[in-house]
Design a protein around this ligand. Sequence first.
Ligand code: GDP
Ligand code: MG
Length: 608
Amino acid sequence: YPVEVIRNFSIIAHIDHGKSTLADRLLELTGTIAKKVSGKNEQVLDKLKVERDRGITVKAQTATMKHEHNGKRHLLNLIDTPGHVDFAWEVSRSLAACQGALLLVDASQGVQAQSISVFHIARDRGLTIIPVLNKIDLPAAQPELIAAQMQSTFGINPDDILPISAKTGKGVDAVLRAVVERIPSPPSTDIKSPLKAFLFDSLYDRYRGVISLISIQQGILRKGDKIQSCHTRKRYEVTEIGIMHPEEVPTNSLHPGQVGYIACNMKESSEAHIGDTLHRVGDAVEPMPGFKSSKAMVFAGVFPVNSNDFPKLEESIKRLTLTDRSVTVQGESSSALGQGSRLGFLGTLHMDVFRQRLEDEYDANIIITAPTVPYKVIYKDNKEAYISNPTEFPDASDPSSKVKEIQEPIVRASIIVPAEYFGEMMDLCFSHRAEELDHRYLDTGSDSSSSRIILKCVLPLSEIVMDFFDQLKSRSSGFASFDYEDAGYQRSDLSKMSFLLNGKPVDALALIVHKSAQENVGRAWVKKLHKVIPRQLFEVPIQAAIGKKVIARETLSAMRADVTAGLYGGHYERKMKHLENQKEGKKRMKRIGTVDLPQEAFFDILRK
Ligand code: GDP
Ligand code: MG
């Protein structure tokens, strides 16, 4: 296959606009997979259970298709990209191996927040964009209106838009034709040029170890070749090479412009550095412009429900991070929850997906503490530290503290919503400390009832990690879509809030709270604790405190005396039995201060 017949492309879209369905149709149309006879719509490229459950694509997957066009055989490499705000980095990374992208927009929903963000990533990379209007079979489809929206939002000529139904297959042949005719082939290079392979993704296989997905920029890579990483300078031998068709199919070599996989006895997936350039041992090549590595922005402690399970949990986390390297891991221990790990995620969806994978694939029974973000602490001597764990957060109100200033990460968010929900969205934003930058109508000239508004604002990341997304969806009847990007750090009035039982702080419950929310949060949590903590033999004060100042309190009254009097005054046997029961119970209890706190109380609180 000479490079002229190769096309490398991605499908980019807002979540649920039909990427995976279209990918399946393309694979079927090219005979890469058999046409399914059952009515079940199970996307081939969504391999993980969590992806099927949630209908999202988490890990970018690649497939090669063979396709004859005008009597000429072509090789089409499809790179399926994830479609959620948390995974923008993976989208960007997969697009680096492409020359074109299909921009898919749902004809009933129209342009959504991530349609815009992925469009910009693709355009910034200089890719040829083929606009596709999907789901035209739906009764609610408004093809003309949405086409006009795509024109006004992206500057796309409506004549270039391909109307299709990925579900029924209508118009999909035109998409294949457009891929061949509109997307340029990869830049051609002299066959004799030294090998340069761009590593854009990696998988982990239980038996073969690390599988790297690569695109050949120049030269030829063959089985048995000795290669070296520009980044680590480590050397490997290619033990297996091939294309994804759609599963791994071994070949003897990969040529310029091709996309495929190699196994080369890498032991750890940290060796497969995304954005790395591989070359033949002995050649000197200029590495391809690399990538910034992903940055964890949401952190949470993960603990086993049963503390004896920690070694198993640790092992499961280790295995899972082999396939998802954007998760960072640190040890953490808590007096209330025992030994655990502190994990860093790209966003909250990423965190949810990881938790579900732990539960599905490793049968883990875990507790996750409230998510936090990396705060920046600037000390009086101008040294800086990033702190995401509330237990390590300094008390700036303490006069002996060396803290000069505390800053928090902020994001630039866009929300797209039908005009009737605009007021709700403004309320939601302002109750989350947002500052509005601007808003405007997305579709000009259409009737106002169906018009959509795009609202842009700046808000702290910590405000969106808890329940922002759920509220956004419920307060817009599911119509609002949301996307955000990093906007740096901003000075903020934040403090650590601790919770005390009988005067003793419970580390696992500590929170970092903005001044404006202190009272509400303190009161709400103290109430919640009051509800779940069982009564003790004595009165227990439950307090929320900032530094030494108590800002909310509830008192858990003592158990009625006669309950215990009866027990302890009874026969020896009954007393022994009671002690026995108590011992059993103790195993699941954590002693905080002198208060016995059942694990269930923690779950109730943390599993909100
Ligand atoms: P992705 O999140 O972009 O990968 O979207 P999916 O391919 O998973 O599709 C999301 C939902 O839309 C699924 O329920 C599909 O069956 C449905 N869907 C996809 N394409 C079409 C279409 O052309 N017409 C209709 N009616 N439904 C579609
Ligand atoms: Mg999908």
